[in-house]
Ligand binder design. Structure first.
Ligand SMILES: CC(C)(COP(=O)(O)OP(=O)(O)OC[C@H]1O[C@@H](n2cnc3c(N)ncnc32)[C@H](O)[C@@H]1OP(=O)(O)O)[C@@H](O)C(=O)NCCC(=O)NCCS
Length: 215
C-alpha cells in the first residue's frame, strides 16, 4: 500500500482515484492541480498543490499518473512525470477483464467492466473508459481515449491522440488515424484519415479537427 499522485483534479481524476483505491495497491490519493489553492478539493479528495511544483513532491511520493482528458496534454504531462523522476502508474480497476496476452502501456487507465482481449496492444497514457471493449488484435497508439461503452471489434487500429466518443462502435479490421474524433454513438464501417471528425451511422466526416475536447 502507498500513496498515488494524480495530476489534474478533474471528474476523470476522481474515477482514476476510485479505480486506484479499488485495486488495493494504493491507500492514499494526492491530487495536484494548477487551480490550487483557489480550488482545494476534488469531491472527497483534497488537492494538495500545483502541478508546476511537481518536483517538490518527488521526495515524498514515488508513483504518479495523469488524469487529464485532453489527449496531447495528458501525454506531455506524463513525460514531465518521467523527467521529474516519478514511476508512471498504470491503473486497472479490478472488475476490468484484461487478457494476460494483452499489452498495456505505462500510464494507461482502464475503468470498471472494461474488457481488453487477447493480443490487443494499448499504447501509453491511454484511457479505456467504463465498460468499453477492445477485442482481439486491436492496436491503440499513445494517448488515445476510448470513451464509456465503446466497442472496438477485432483487429481495429487507432492512431495516437484519437478520441472515440461514448457508445461508438467500430467494425473489425478498420483503421482509424491519429488525432481523429469519432462522435458519440457513431458506427464506423470504413477507415478514417488522420485528423478527421466523423459522426453518425454509418460514420461520415464532418470536418478536420480543431480542439473539441470537453470531457
Ligand atoms: C463529435 C463531437 C466532438 C462534435 O462536437 P462539436 O464540435 O461541439 O460539434 P457540434 O455540436 O457543433 O455539432 C456539429 C454538427 O455535427 C452534429 N453532431 C455532433 N455530434 C454528433 C454525433 N455524435 N452524432 C451525430 N451528429 C453529431 C451536430 O448535430 C451538428 O450538426 P448540424 O451542423 O447539422 O447542426 C461531439 O458532438 C461528440 O460526439 N462528442 C463525444 C462526447 C463524449 O463521448 N463524451 C464522453 C467523454 S468520456
Amino acid at each position: 500500500m502507498g500513496a498515488l499522485l494524480i495530476l489534474c483534479a478533474s471528474g476523470h481524476g476522481k474515477v482514476v482515484a476510485d479505480a486506484a483505491l479499488a485495486t488495493g495497491r494504493w491507500d492514499e490519493i494526492v491530487f495536484l492541480d494548477d487551480a490550487w489553492p483557489e480550488k482545494k478539493e476534488n469531491g472527497r479528495w483534497a488537492i494538495s498543490g500545483k502541478i508546476e511544483n511537481l518536483p517538490d513532491w518527488r521526495g515524498r511520493l514515488k508513483e504518479a499518473v495523469v488524469a487529464v482528458g485532453n489527449n496531447r496534454l495528458r501525454l506531455s504531462l506524463q513525460r514531465r512525470l518521467v523527467e521529474a523522476g516519478f514511476e508512471v502508474a498504470t491503473v486497472i480497476h479490478p472488475s476490468a477483464q484484461i487478457s494476460p496476452f494483452a499489452q498495456i502501456g505505462a500510464g494507461s487507465v482502464i475503468f470498471s467492466n472494461a474488457v481488453v482481449n487477447v493480443d490487443a496492444e494499448i499504447g501509453e497514457a491511454t484511457i479505456i473508459n467504463t465498460a468499453a471493449t477492445i477485442d482481439h488484435d486491436c492496436r491503440l497508439g499513445s494517448a488515445v481515449h476510448v470513451s464509456p461503452g465503446v466497442h472496438l471489434a477485432g483487429a481495429v487500429s487507432v492512431g495516437a491522440y484519437s478520441w472515440i466518443g461514448i457508445g461508438g462502435v467500430v467494425r473489425q479490421m478498420i483503421s482509424i488515424g491519429s488525432d481523429v474524433v469519432v462522435g458519440a454513438g457513431a458506427v464506423v464501417v470504413s477507415d478514417v484519415s488522420d485528423g478527421m471528425t466523423v459522426v453518425g451511422v454509418p460514420a461520415r466526416p464532418i470536418r478536420e479537427n480543431r480542439e473539441v475536447y470537453k470531457c
